[in-house]
Design a protein. Sequence first.
Length: 189
Amino acid sequence: MRLFVRLLGFTQILQREITLPNGSKAVAKVEVGFSQRGVLTTEDQKTYYAMVKYWEDQGSPGQDKPVVFSLRRLAKILKKRWGTDVITTLTQSLTRLYATPFFWTNSYYDIDTKKAVEEMEGFRILDALKIIKTKQDGHITKEAGYFKFNDYVLRNLLANHTKPLLLDVVLKFNSYFGPRQSVYQSASL
């Protein structure tokens, strides 16, 4: 098995090649794009894990139910002090998780039939995101919203098909690991 990581501008490609027992080759590839909201960062990875914790705390709602959330509670999970900067950075992080495209490609070559098959599908970490803020005298007095994980992400969460992690350890990450760290943890190539 070989794992490749390539950076093309703001697009990152993770690719793994496997030799199957019959000698055929299989390739799995995830392409992490970018949007007008920017590229995914370590802070976005922390936000994603806090959202998973929020989802778990609400009883792990299934595919039909969005997770109603509060930015203030999300900030508390992230151990951030509430204020304008935190509201802004959390909102930006959530919008990047919603807007960043991923493309998953599975391909294989069957040595027996001499045929190559390739399948590609696009998705995002969040399928729905809504944030509502009420302001009075320039200060946010109320905020609420909801999010819905992409069906693939949600199925993996419901099936417990995720890499274990300690949220407290992740929250201590303070150095820059590079863009799109959440794909390393979320996408099982």
